[in-house]
Write a protein that binds this ligand. Structure first.
Ligand code: C2E
Ligand code: CA
Ligand code: CA
Length: 560
C-alpha cells in the first residue's frame, strides 16, 4: 500500500471516529433535552405568561446547551449523508472504469467472467444455453502499422458498433485483447444454428470496408465458438466462463489456420492439435538453438547436356522426437513464430560452408520466405552474411515465390535490383501457382522462372504435351527468361521437356535431396570438388567405388 493510501485511510478513520463521537454527543444531548426539557420548559412557559419565576439559571443554560448540541448533531448528520452519497458515486465510477474497456466502452476481460456467470444463471433458469463467440480481427496489426494507432483505435470503435448492432439485446460484448472481442450470447437449447447465423452475419457484415476519416479500411474476422449446451461431456463436469473462453479461443485459432474469415465450433480434437502445435513451436525454437536444422541439396541439371549446374538447398529438421521433418511442416510455423530469418541464416551459413568444398562453377539456390523480404535491410544482411563466410555472390541464386509480389511490389523490386547489382541471381519460384501478372513479370528483373512441379506432373505418360507447360515455356522465351522445370520424376516427363527446347530441370529422377556428406561423395566421384578439396580428400581417403546414386545420375563427366 502506498503512503498516500495509508494517509487517506488514517484521515478516513479519524473522520469516522469523530462521527461516532458526534453521534454520541447528539444522542446524549437529546436524552438530556428530554430529561431537562420536561422540567425546564413548563417553568419557562409559566414565567413567560407571568405566572411564576423562571427556571433555575443553571438548568436554563443546560437546556440551551442541549439545543446547540442537537443542532450541531443534526448538521453533522446532514454532512455525513452528503459525504456518503458522494463516496457512493465515486465508487460507482471507479467500478465502471475498472469493468469497461476505456476505448470502446465494452466490458473488459476482468468483468466479463462475473457478467457471464450472471448471464448464464439467468439463461439456464429460462431453459437457454450460452454461446461464447470469440471474434479476432485478422489483419489488425497491418492496419495499425500502415495507418497509425489513431486509425487503429477508430477501426476498433467502428467494429464495436457493428458487433453491437448485430447482437441480441440480452448478449454481452467484451473487448478482451487488442483486436479480440468476446460475445456471450444466450440461445434456445435446440437452436444452435442461430449462433451460426450470427457468426455468418458478423463475418459478412465486415466485408463492407470501414470508413474511418477519409480512408477506407478492409477487415476480415475469424470466429471461434463454444457453448455450455452440454456442459462438459468430456469430463462430465460443468464448464465455467473461463473454460468457455478457452475453448472458443482454440476454435478461433483453428479458424485462422483454415484460412481466416471463417467460423468454427470448438471440438475436442482441436485441443490435441493445439497441443501438438505448441510442442512443434517449442521444438523448433529449441532445434534452432541446438543446431538441429540442416541443409539438404537437390541437383539442378541442364536438360539439354545433362550437366550438373548447381544445387537447390532444401531445409530439413533432424528432430530428436520425430526424425527427419520436411520443410512444409516447420517453415510455416517458423514464419508464424517469427524465427524464419534466424533459421534461414543458420541454414545459409551451413550451405555456404558446404558449397566452398564444391567446384566453384556450381551454383547454390536458396529459398527465401516472403516474410524475410519484408525486411528493407534484407539485401544488405544477405550480402554481409556472404562476406562474413567468404561466399561469392555470383554463386548464389535466391528463389522467391509469387506471393512476395502481392505485398509490396516496389520494395521487392528495389530489393531484387540491389541483389542483382551485387551479382546475386533471383528466380521466381513455383511459377504459375500465385498472383504475378504478365506486367509484373515484364517489369521485375528476374533472372529465371521455375515452373511449379504441379504443372510438370501433367506431362506424365497420359499427357505428354501439356498446353500449360508449353504456354509457360513460351512465356519465358517471350520474356527472355531462362526456365527451370521442377519435379521431373521419370523418363516420360524428361523426354517431353527435352522436346521443348533449352531448359534446366530438377527432380527425383536425379535422386532425392541429399545431405552435405552425400553431395560431397557424389562430387568427389564426379571429380567436381573444389581443386584444393580434391587434393585434401585424395590425401586423406582412398577413392571409393562410385556410389549407386552417383552411377544413376545422368550428368556428364567432370568439367575441365
Ligand atoms: P520448392 O522450393 O518447390 O522445393 C521443391 C520441393 O519439391 C522439395 O520439397 C523437393 O524435395 C520436392 N521435389 C523435388 N523433386 C521432386 C519430384 O520429382 N517429385 C516430387 N513429388 N517432389 C519433388 P521439400 O524439400 O519438402 O520442400 C518443400 C518446400 O519447402 C520447398 O518447395 C520450399 O518452398 C520450402 N523450403 C524448403 N527449404 C526452405 C528454406 O530453407 N527456406 C524457405 N523459406 N523455404 C524452404
Ligand atoms: Ca524452390
Ligand atoms: Ca515448387
Amino acid at each position: 500500500m502506498t503512503t498516500l493510501d495509508s494517509k487517506q485511510d488514517r484521515k478516513r478513520s479519524n473522520g469516522s471516529e469523530r462521527d461516532v463521537v458526534a453521534l454520541g454527543i447528539a444522542t446524549a444531548a437529546i436524552l438530556l433535552f428530554v430529561g431537562t426539557g420536561g422540567t425546564v420548559m413548563p417553568l419557562v412557559v409559566r414565567s413567560l405568561l407571568g405566572e411564576g419565576n423562571g427556571p433555575d439559571q443553571a438548568l436554563a443554560n443546560a437546556l440551551l446547551l442541549n439545543v446547540a448540541l442537537i443542532i450541531f448533531g443534526w448538521r453533522r448528520h446532514r454532512q455525513l449523508t452528503e459525504e456518503i452519497a458522494e463516496r457512493r458515486q465515486a465508487e460507482e465510477l471507479a467500478r465502471q472504469l475498472a469493468e469497461t474497456d476505456p476505448l470502446t466502452g465494452c466490458l473488459n476481460r476482468r468483468s466479463l467472467t462475473r457478467a457471464t456467470d450472471e448471464l448464464r444463471g439467468k439463461a439456464h433458469a429460462s431453459g437457454k444455453a450460452v454461446a461464447c463467440v470469440l471474434v479476432d480481427i485478422d489483419n489488425f496489426k497491418q492496419i495499425n502499422d500502415l495507418n497509425g494507432h489513431t486509425t487503429g483505435d477508430a477501426v476498433l470503435c467502428e467494429i464495436t458498433m457493428r458487433l453491437r448492432s448485430l447482437l441480441p439485446p440480452d448478449a454481452l460484448l467484451a473487448r478482451i485483447g487488442g483486436d479480440e472481442f468476446a460475445l456471450m450470447v444466450p440461445f434456445p437449447r435446440n437452436q444452435s444454428e442461430r449462433i451460426d447465423d450470427l457468426a455468418i452475419r458478423l463475418i459478412e457484415g465486415n466485408f463492407t470496408p470501414l470508413a474511418v476519416g477519409d480512408i477506407s479500411v478492409e477487415t476480415t474476422m475469424s470466429i471461434g465458438i463454444s457453448s455450455d449446451l452440454e456442459d462438459d461431456p468430456y469430463s462430465g463436469g460443468k464448464v465455467d466462463a473461463q473454460a468457455l473462453m478457452h475453448r472458443a479461443d482454440i476454435a478461433m485459432y483453428h479458424a485462422k489456420k483454415q484460412g481466416k474469415s471463417r467460423h468454427f465450433w470448438f471440438e475436442p480434437t482441436m485441443e490435441n492439435e493445439l497441443r501438438f502445435r505448441n510442442d512443434l513451436e517449442k521444438g523448433i525454437r529449441r532445434g534452432i538453438e541446438e543446431g538441429e536444422f540442416v541443409p539438404y541439396y537437390e541437383q539442378q541439371i541442364d536438360l539439354e547436356t545433362g550437366e550438373l549446374i548447381g544445387f537447390e538447398m532444401l531445409a530439413r529438421w533432424n528432430s530428436p522426437n520425430m526424425g527427419v521433418v520436411c520443410p512444409e511442416i516447420f517453415i510455416p510455423i517458423a514464419e508464424e513464430i517469427g524465427v524464419i530469418t534466424q533459421l534461414s541464416e543458420q541454414l545459409m551459413v551451413q550451405a555456404f560452408a558446404d558449397a566452398r568444398h564444391w567446384d566453384p562453377a556450381l551454383t547454390l539456390a536458396v529459398n527465401i520466405s516472403p516474410l524475410q523480404l519484408r525486411d528493407p535491410w534484407f539485401a544488405q544482411k544477405l550480402l554481409r552474411l556472404m562476406v562474413a563466410h567468404s561466399f561469392p555472390p555470383s554463386r548464389l541464386e535466391i528463389e522467391i515465390t509469387e506471393s512476395c509480389l502481392r505485398e509490396n511490389v516496389s520494395l521487392v523490386s528495389s530489393m531484387i535490383s540491389s541483389l542483382r547489382n551485387q551479382g546475386v541471381k533471383v528466380s521466381l519460384d513455383d511459377f504459375g501457382t500465385g498472383y504475378s501478372s504478365l506486367e509484373q513479370l515484364r517489369t521485375l528483373p528476374f533472372d529465371r522462372i521455375k515452373i511449379d512441379r504441379s504443372f510438370i506432373a501433367e506431362l506424365n505418360t497420359g499427357n505428354p504435351d501439356s498446353r500449360i507447360v508449353k504456354a509457360i515455356v513460351s512465356l519465358g522465351r517471350g520474356l527472355e527468361l531462362p526456365i527451370t522445370a521442377e519435379g521431373i520424376e521419370n523418363k516420360d516427363i524428361l523426354g517431353a521437356l527435352k522436346h521443348m527446347g533449352k531448359l534446366m530441370g530438377q527432380g527425383y529422377i536425379y535422386g532425392k535431396p541429399e545431405t552435405a556428406d552425400q553431395v560431397h561423395e557424389r562430387l568427389r566421384n564426379a571429380k567436381r570438388l573444389a581443386a584444393n578439396q580434391s587434393v585434401e580428400d585424395s590425401e586423406t581417403t582412398a577413392i571409393p567405388e562410385s556410389s549407386p546414386e552417383a552411377s544413376q545420375t545422368p550428368f556428364r563427366a567432370a568439367k575441365g
